[in-house]
Every structure is written in C-alpha cells, then in structure tokens.
Design a binder for this molecule. Structure first.
Ligand code: PHE
Length: 468
C-alpha cells in the first residue's frame, strides 16, 4: 500500500502555482504606467495637433480634458483592475453585479482597440527606427523640405521596407513581453524612461537657445481661440484618451499588477502630471526651433519626418541632436507598445490559460497581420479607402476619436452607477488604511456626473450633432 502511494507520489507532478504577476513597488508602478502613457502621442501627435489647432488654445482644452476626463477614467481603470485582479475582459465579468448586462464588452472593445492602435503605431515606430539609421548618415540632413519630403515618400511608398520595419518593431516588443511583467515591462521602462527624459531636456535646451525661439514659446502659451471648432475639441479629448492610454483596458490590465498598498488616486495624478510635462517639453523642443527658422507649424503628421530634419539641419550641432531626437522618440514608443501588446497577451493567458510564450507569439503574429493593412496604406493599399480614409488613417481616427471615448464613457458609467460606493471607497482607501476619503468622494462625484456628461457632449459636438 505504502509502496504504491510512494510510487504515485513520485510520479505525480506537483501543481506549480504561478506567482501572480506584479510590479515590484511604487517606483515600478509609476515608471511602467508612465512608460505606457508617454509615447509617440507626446512626440508625434501632440505637437502636430497643437500646431494645427491653435497652439495654446488647444493646450488649454487638452489640459481640461486630462483633468476632468483623463484622470477619473485612469483611476477607474486601476480600481477595476486591482480589485478584480484580472485583465480587462475578465475584470468586468468578475465585478459585474448585474450579470444580464455584458459589461465585459468594455474589455473586449479594449482588446480590439489595442489591435487598431498597434496596427498604425508599430508602423510609425518603424519609421522612427528607419530615421534613427538615416540620421546617422547624411541623406536627410538637409534644409530643403523637398529633399526630406522625397526621402519620407520613398520610405512609406516602399511596401517591403514598410513591412520590414514594422515587423522588426513587433519582434523587438514581443521579445520583451516574453520576459513577463516585472522582468520585461518594468525592467525595460525603468531603463528607458530616465534616458528618454534626459535626451528630451537636451533637445529642449538646444531649441530654446536658438535665436528667435521666443515666437515658438508664444505660440505654445498664447491662445488663439478662433481655431477651436467642435472637431478640434473632439480631437483634444481623443488625444487625452490616447495619451493617457485609457478607455481600452491598458490601465485596467496594469492595475491588476499593482500591489495592494499602492495609492491609486495619487499614482494616477503623478502619471497624468508626468505625461503632461513630457508633452509640454516635446512642444518646447519642437516649436521654438520650428519658429526660429520661420517654418509653418500646422503641417500635420509630416512634422516629425519632413519638417523636423530640416530644422535640425539648420541649427548648430544639428546632426547630433537629430540622432538624439529620433532615438528618444523610439524609446518613448517602446513603453507604450509594451502596454498595448500586454492587453491581448494577458487576455489569452488568463482567459484561455495559454502560456505567456504561446500568447505572445499569437498576439505578435496576429498584430503583424492587422498591421500590414496600415503598413501598406501608402503603397499597395493607397487607393483602398473605407469611409474615405486609408486603413492607417481610419485606424488612427477610429481608435482615438470613437473607440477610446466610448470605452471611457462606459467605464465611468460602470464605476459611477453600477459598482456602488462601498466597494469604491474600500478599493481607493486601501480598506481604510489611506486617509483620503475626501479625494474618493470628489472622484466619485466627478465620475458619476461630470465625466460621462462631458465625454458625451464632446463626442456629439465633434460629430456635428449640435450643428456646425
Ligand atoms: N499613450 C500612448 C502614447 O501616447 C499610446 C497608447 C494608447 C498606449 C493606448 C496604450 C494604449 O503614445
């Protein structure tokens, strides 16, 4: 009897209970979360959108959106993630008190948004990498925009090159995701963020010390309200969602990796302020230099790849600063992409019990497939325009201006009207350990009334429902 038992014991494999994935402490939490928020949104989208929509006026609306919409949505997502200890889809299933309403759809839309965003984001990150290589040589080091324009055209209209840079980026991100939450995401962002900030400050100093830089500073801080149309306000709100990585589940998934002792409202405020500072720094890196050389700022997405090189080519030590600039842009994109890939990966691991390796391979492969549509938008698929937009522009518009705001709206409705005060108070005061009930009350009020109403009004106004 004993012998057979021994044999059985020897043969049975002990069940290995996987240690739950966690960030290691407050620094890890802040750096990883800020790493997600900071990205091409700060370096590429914020300056070009501010340039096109009235500079300081856009900045003011954007700041209001981050405060009244961004911050409450971010706190809500961290709350859901940490309380449920689950990725975005599963978290809503777990916390949902009324099973008849499928709140888990918030998470499912989030996974879809992650795909749409990654599709074009990896392509832009791929261009940035190509520009790191190019800036080391002399092909784009010219003050002639016709030459930089042609160089950019050559890159985006070459289907193989576009695919190669995109898949290269995906592979790189996949390899980090394989290392896990603390060992991959946290470790990488801890290395990348200080370098990124240091490099950015260097470029800001260079830009601000150019003759005529004052015009650019004025542009960023002196509002021109005539450009603030309904669609421009929607764009500012969409940017706030995109910038803070909210409305889709990234912050829910990251929240599930937060320790029980983390102060959620305080951390979210720090991340929001940190991200805003990086956007303003990016504005101060770009506009003073652009104005110093008398270049028009309102030039859309080509700002980064056509205008910026000519600006660098005009200034003393410009070659070094151009390399620095594109390196920092890629570093910024890295933390953001890690968080975007983590959403579907965590979903597959938790929902279908896939190993992290299998989930990562699947996610990276399928992202490559969807991304191809965006990568080929300026070449083979340039004439395929569903809703009048190329796949690249469609994914960009749909995610920022439709999916993220609707996702955010549903999240605050879930928090403000479904979850109930008791659970929220317990979660945000860490079961009474934090003395921040006033903050929690204010959060609850804003999330219940102010944020949903604002998002709704801006959405409808942006779509012209109240008339043009
Ligand atoms: N916040 C990132 C940026 O500014 C983009 C992002 C959006 C990341 C949504 C995750 C989720 O670049």
């Amino acid at each position: 009897m004993e012998a057979t038992l021994d044999k059985a014991r020897a043969e049975s494999k002990p069940t290995i209970v996987a240690k739950p994935e966690r960030f290691t402490g407050t620094l890890g939490v802040i750096v990883a979360t800020l790493g997600s928020a900071v990205g091409l949104g700060n370096i590429w989208k914020f300056p070009s959108l501010a340039g096109a929509n009235g500079g300081a006026a856009f900045l003011i609306v954007y700041i209001l959106c981050t405060l009244l919409i961004g911050l409450p949505v971010m706190i809500s997502e961290h709350l859901v993630g940490r309380t449920a200890r689950a990725e975005a889809v599963h978290a809503y299933t777990k916390l949902n008190p009324i099973k008849k309403i499928p709140w888990w759809l918030i998470g499912a839309f989030g996974v879809a948004s992650a795909y749409l965003i990654m599709a074009f984001y990896t392509e832009v990150a791929g261009w940035v990498i190509a520009y790191v290589a190019r800036s080391l040589g002399s092909s784009i080091f010219t003050t002639d925009p016709a030459v930089t324009g042609a160089a950019f055209g050559n890159l985006v209209s070459n289907p193989w090159l576009s695919l190669a840079v995109q898949w290269g980026v995906l592979l790189f991100i996949g390899l980090i995701i394989l290392q896990g939450v603390a060992g991959g995401i946290e470790k990488t962002t801890k290395r990348v963020m200080p370098v990124l900030l240091g490099l950015l400050v260097l470029v800001v100093i260079r830009s601000l010390t150019l003759k005529g830089a004052g015009e650019g500073v004025k542009f960023l801080f002196q509002p021109d309200f005539t450009k603030l149309t309904g669609p421009a306000i929607l764009t500012a709100m969409g940017l706030a969602f995109f910038k803070l990585s909210i409305g889709m589940g990234t912050m829910t998934t990251y929240g599930s990796y937060y320790g029980d002792d983390q102060n959620i409202p305080k951390n979210a405020l720090r991340v929001m302020l940190g991200d805003l500072s990086v956007s303003i720094l990016a504005g101060l890196a770009i506009f003073p230099a652009v104005f110093a050389y008398g270049i028009e700022p309102g030039i859309g997405a080509s700002l980064l790849f056509i205008t910026i090189p000519t600006v660098f080519a005009s200034m003393p030590f410009g070659h070094v600063f151009m390399v620095i600039f594109f390196v920092l842009a890629f570093l910024a994109a890295t933390g953001a992409m890690l968080s975007l890939v983590e959403v579907p990966t965590a979903f597959l691991v938790e929902q279908f019990k896939f190993s992290r390796k299998k989930a990562t391979v699947l996610v990276v492969g399928s992202l490559g497939a969807v991304g191809t549509l965006a990568a080929l938008s300026n070449s083979v698929l340039a004439d395929v325009k569903p809703f009048g937009l190329t796949f690249f522009d469609l994914f960009d518009y749909l995610s920022s201006n439709v999916l993220l705001p609707i996702g955010g709206l549903l999240i605050v409705v879930f928090i403000g009207w479904v979850l109930g005060w008791n659970l929220i108070e317990k979660a945000l005061t860490n079961s009474g350990k934090l003395k921040n009930t006033g903050v929690v009350r204010a959060f609850f009020f804003v999330t219940r009334f102010v944020t949903p109403l604002l998002v709704l009004i801006v959405l409808l106004n942006g779509f012209g429902v109240f008339g043009k």
